[in-house]
Design a protein around this ligand. Structure first.
Ligand code: COI
Length: 357
């Protein structure tokens, strides 16, 4: 990247961190990346120490929600090399979100180079413990200062990194949401935009009050077909096939979802991406045909589902049948830690950045 300026912190906090007890989402590394869109061009790329930023009260992202993000993970190979996992796919998805939210696209090579630079610089922060990783959070938001609904002309794109432990340390319970919806076809469900997560907070709180970790969303038109969990895509393993809802504009195109499908298909497992109704799920559960349910996401990686509740129907899933999800998680983890040959070239060493003397 041309003109990347780097200012290093004088007080790294990395030695204060207990890498054996990492929460998710609370600890940030020393440095952040920023680049600004001035209305015509992306300018002033820089890496600098993490600090609070001041925002004008008329900042348009605060009022009208032009805010998008990505989530990706970096790991360290057994030989100590910092590895990125499929960063180019995140660059493409970020731009798809930008397009839908009427925001400028960031050249894919700028996105990827910025991730290489920041993760390379922060490599000391990459946890070595299984189940932990460096969570990389690229995000972009409107910067115009104006009250009135229109697309902002100016934007800021940033990347921060967080050493994290597991997002779901335990198997989860899902409640099928029958009243509220997450996304309709034609809406913004496929975009990784902040409002999708905000809209899920109230229904999720109601679900939690009933003892459920997350909601399983249904389609907005008929409340019949499963969509996703909001923090994860969802997979149903039947005896002779695995089904995951086809992405139809209302479901996030998960990169872990894609990786899990590729792993299963390479093993000769039939994976069908198609609409899947609750009626079919219950019928096949009652027949003993549905044996395993799991979610996939960058934060969650592969999460086991122990219970799904739909109205008065309760479906429980026995951990003795979780071999498929556990083996997918294991395969992705081993690729990320360089203990299994990366036949599909999913990982790439973080190149780092030239730091000033
Ligand atoms: C991710 O999986 O990276 C997400 O952005 C979802 C959120 C639950 C952290």
């Amino acid at each position: 990247m041309k003109n990347l300026s780097v200012e290093l912190t004088k007080n790294s906090r990395v030695h204060e961190i207990d890498f054996h007890n990492l929460p998710f989402g609370k600890i940030i590394t020393d440095h952040m990346f920023q680049i600004d869109f001035d209305g015509d061009n992306w300018v002033n790329p820089r890496i600098s120490p993490v600090e609070k930023m001041s925002i004008h009260p008329m900042n348009m992202a605060l009022h009208y929600g032009q805010s998008i993000f990505e989530g990706m993970k970096a790991s360290r190979s057994k030989d100590g090399v910092p590895l990125l996992f499929r960063p180019e796919l995140h660059a493409v998805r970020m731009n798809a979100s930008a397009k839908r939210m009427c925001m400028p696209e960031l050249p894919e090579e700028t996105f990827v180079e910025a991730v290489h630079a920041l993760v390379g610089l922060e490599q000391e922060w990459i946890p070595k413990i299984e189940g932990s990783a460096l969570y990389v959070r690229p995000f972009m938001f409107a910067m115009d200062e104006m009250i009135g609904v229109r697309a902002s002309f100016t934007y800021k794109f940033m990347i921060i990194c967080l050493p994290v432990g597991p997002y779901y340390p335990k198997p989860i319970k899902l409640l099928v949401e029958e009243h509220f919806i997450r996304a309709a076809i034609g809406g913004v469900g496929e975009a990784k935009t902040a409002g999708n997560y905000a809209a899920a907070l109230y229904p999720s709180k109601m679900g939690r009050e009933q003892g459920y970790d997350q909601l399983l969303w249904l389609d907005a038109e008929q409340r019949k077909y499963v969509q996703e969990v909001g923090t994860m895509n969802i997979f149903f393993r039947f005896k002779d096939e695995v089904i995951t809802p086809s992405t139809n504009g209302a479901i996030l195109k998960g990169i872990t979802r894609k990786s899990a499908i590729e792993i299963m298909r390479d093993r000769g497992i039939t994976v069908n991406e198609r609409p899947l109704s609750m009626e079919e799920i219950i019928e096949r559960y009652d027949d003993g045909d549905l044996i395993e349910v799991f979610g996939t996401g960058t934060a969650a990686l592969v999460a086991n589902v122990e219970e799904v509740k739909y109205g008065v129907t309760l479906m429980r899933f026995d951990s003795k049948n979780w071999d498929l999800s556990l083996s997918i998680r294991d395969e992705i983890n081993q690729i990320r830690f360089g203990t299994l040959e990366d036949k599909r070239s999913w990982t790439i060493p973080a190149k780092g950045v030239q730091v000033p003397a």
